[in-house]
Design a protein around this ligand. Sequence first.
Ligand SMILES: Nc1ncnc2c1ncn2[C@@H]1O[C@H](COP(=O)(O)OP(=O)(O)OP(=O)(O)O)[C@@H](O)[C@H]1O
Ligand SMILES: Cc1ncsc1CCO
Ligand SMILES: [Mg+2]
Length: 263
Amino acid sequence: MPDWGAHLSEMRQRAPLVHNITNYVAMNVMANVLLAAGASPAMVHAVEEAAEFTPLAGALTINIGTPSGPWVAAMEASAQAAQAAGLPWVLDPVAVGATAFRREIGARLLALGPAAIRGNASEILALSGAAAQGKGADSADPVAAAEEAARALACSTGAVVAVTGPVDYVTDGARGWRVANGHPAMPRVTALGCSLTGLVGAFLAGAEDRATATVAALAYFGLAGERAGETAAGPGSFQVALLDALATITPDALTAGARVQAA
Ligand SMILES: Nc1ncnc2c1ncn2[C@@H]1O[C@H](COP(=O)(O)OP(=O)(O)OP(=O)(O)O)[C@@H](O)[C@H]1O
Ligand SMILES: Cc1ncsc1CCO
Ligand SMILES: [Mg+2]
């Protein structure tokens, strides 16, 4: 098994600038998650500047949670800029199955070569063209039901695909892992999946093996959730405790606490 903590250590040494085009709900929590982990977030979405900004960063993340025409234009321009610069970019296809608008955005972004795709089971099923039962931004499908779709999507796009839920599944089409870290309070705080997408971007910046870097980001976030769950009184204090745990988890603690199995 790879040394998961080494990925965290490398990310903190690089302290990458991560360019995020995310949704209105996620902006603050996602930026705080990236700062707590040791990366530098920048939320830059104006179509007038987004593509100019992208090459300054170590990675780009694109989240379609609250899309509108000009934002989508910025997403496409930044994804193209990342592709041209050889920078990894991560797609978070929020509620992609819900409307025709989102399905079209998802298909257009998929064609721009994401290095990784991170979504819940309903989103990964919908993005792959399979039937999905998502409830808006929330999943209504089990992770296991999306594993085959995830492998197919990884093979057709070349991206690492991460399906999150009670036990996460990650695949690059050839290899697969299950990540059991996490806490049941996590889906009760909004935008934690969106924030995790930002962390995947941070771990991918400069990484040699994008699949194991993605697994490490998921194990780290899930372990932080476990730590937060030990002290939190409810969803509000959980969010605060999660930030503290992200900042205090060491690479050695991640290596010891990661509950990852090859799948
Ligand atoms: N029931 C659960 N038990 C433990 N961990 C969970 C559970 N559900 C989700 N998680 C963890 O929560 C994090 C976010 O994943 P989730 O699948 O909820 O994302 P999401 O649906 O895209 O969230 P959002 O759209 O609100 O940002 C991941 O680290 C995942 O492992
Ligand atoms: C609640 C919500 N609605 C659109 S985006 C978002 C954040 C979680 O994906
Ligand atoms: Mg989501």
